[in-house]
Design a protein around this ligand. Structure first.
Ligand SMILES: [Zn+2]
Length: 334
């Protein structure tokens, strides 16, 4: 934690296709914690400015910028890529050889824990007018991730059952709402009854307290022994075996992270016999974020801001994330 410093940095210099955003609010993510701790196999340029989500106003545009204008209210799209290769032009920018998550594997583009942020023009989109700056900054990364997981990867259908771990986390609170939007039935899992009460208020149909209930037994009971068609995973080793045991025959598990560890046991007999699909998911495309934001603008997906802290308290925000002592997103204001 002591590697985090709050200090003055030079103003970013704009390239021809860049925009400069006066940051009004900056969302925090578990990724910020990973970048601080370091992650095997991921290269980080250090020192850097963390933060993958901002809302703010465009205050300057580069000479080759064509769409963004000074004064625009925008949010960030956190996937940096070349925008010209085969992957990028087929709408799969997450497979670009130059792909980076802005504010995570950041550099040369520093992230959003700042007063000013430089982004390629392609990495901003309009801020929904019905959201405050703080609410808007809480959305992009988790919305993009949840949308890609449930729509593009799991291809969630109306009427399907979804087991959703970490219902109180930043991604959980959006995952519940995206799953409901697609017409699924959500079985939300969290560690306290208070968190589960709030998950229900967001639309979860059923709730399971992993501290007081047997998750697999509850899934069997709630689905009349069928199991769930889709598991929404982002915790990893600590929940993996229970996730697999909760799946219906032919079910899909989609995973975007592993906050409890990355080495997990898979009983291959269940994998082939029940014809399960295990799906990895990582970020998403700008088009997916635009579609998700349309639902936010229409009020069908709502931001969930746990707390707003001054930027200088970024350490406190990361402590809260690590402790799991929050419901929804923690937002910083410079
Ligand atoms: Zn590319």
């Amino acid at each position: 934690m002591n590697v985090l410093r709050y200090e003055d940095a030079p103003d970013p210099k704009l390239g021809p296709k860049d925009v400069l955003v006066r940051v009004r609010a900056s969302g925090t993510n578990y990724n910020d914690v990973w970048a601080r701790r370091g992650l095997a196999g991921v290269k980080f340029d250090l020192p850097h400015i963390s933060g993958s989500d901002v809302s703010g106003q465009v205050v300057e545009v580069g000479s080759a910028v064509t769409m963004a204008n000074v004064g625009d209210a925008v949010v960030s799209h956190p996937s940096l890529s070349c925008r010209v290769c085969e992957a990028c032009t087929s709408g799969r920018e997450y497979f670009c050889r130059q792909f980076k998550i802005w504010g995570f594997q950041t550099g040369p583009y520093d992230g959003g824990y700042a007063e000013l942020a430089r982004l390629p023009e392609a990495n901003v989109l309009p801020k929904p007018a019905n959201l405050s700056w703080e609410e808007a900054a809480s959305m992009p990364l988790v919305l993009l991730t949840a949308w890609h997981m449930l729509d593009t990867r799991a291809q969630l259908k109306p009427g399907e059952d979804v087991l959703l771990w970490g219902a109180s986390s930043g991604i959980g609170v959006i995952g519940i709402q995206v799953a409901k939007l697609f017409g699924a039935r959500v079985l939300a899992v969290a560690g306290t009854d208070e968190k589960l009460r709030r998950a229900k208020a967001l639309g979860a149909d059923e709730t399971i307290n992993y501290n007081t209930q047997d998750v697999v037994q509850e899934v069997r009971r709630l689905t009349n022994k069928k199991g769930v068609e889709v598991v929404f995973e982002h915790t990893g080793a600590g929940t993996w075996e229970r996730s697999l045991a909760s799946m219906a025959w032919g079910g899909r598990l989609v995973i975007c992270g592993n906050t409890t560890g990355y080495e997990a046991k898979t009983d291959l007999r269940f994998l082939f016999n029940k014809q399960l699909s295990l799906l990895g998911s990582h970020q998403g495309s700008k088009a997916e974020l635009v579609r998700g934001m349309r639902e936010v603008a229409a009020g069908r997906i709502k931001p969930v801001v746990d707390s707003v802290l001054p930027l200088r308290d970024a350490k406190k925000a990361q402590e809260k994330i690590e402790a799991g002592d929050h419901f929804g997103k923690i937002v910083l204001v410079p």
